[in-house]
Design a binder for this molecule. Sequence first.
Ligand code: INI
Length: 173
Amino acid sequence: MRRADPPLARHPGIRVRSGDARAGRGLRIAVVAARFNARITDRLLAGALGRLEQSGVRGQDTVLVVVPGAFELPFAARRLAGSGRHDAVLCLGAVIRGGTPHFDFVAGEAARGIAAASEATGVPVLFGVLTTNTLRQALDRSGGRFGNRGADAADAAVEMARLARSLPRGRRR
Ligand code: INI
């Protein structure tokens, strides 16, 4: 737990649990990618798959599911997370604001549904969905000057999958 090391130095009795984003070997990760705005989501996907490979996740342990748009991400995420076959589900999409309220419905439902899929299954479901005002902003965040949110979400998937394996499961309600 690198970032919190200084505060912990004063509390030596505290046990820390955190996941290591570089420890992907042996993890089974499902990736769900939206086709809408494919120019952007292809870049997010390339970033995510590259980062998963770098972290040690094997190709045979990775499943890719493609859905039409961000609105459909929660459906696939819920099925995959509930299957018991994946340690984490990584959702990738790009919602770019147009001139109508459509953006708010698609982005809002994607976020709500992805969180609900994780809550319902106890499996980490990651939000690698760009919500931007312009195409330029989306390009900047999908392998441009502000990094690649797909790769960032892949790091978070590995970290959370590792953390999930180390945390107590608790009683079922
Ligand atoms: N889907 C996206 O992934 N991004 C968008 O920006 C978008 N916009 O703007 O319309 C979008 N719409 C499609 C939506 O996700 C569903 O696929 C469609 O409504 C069918 O349910």
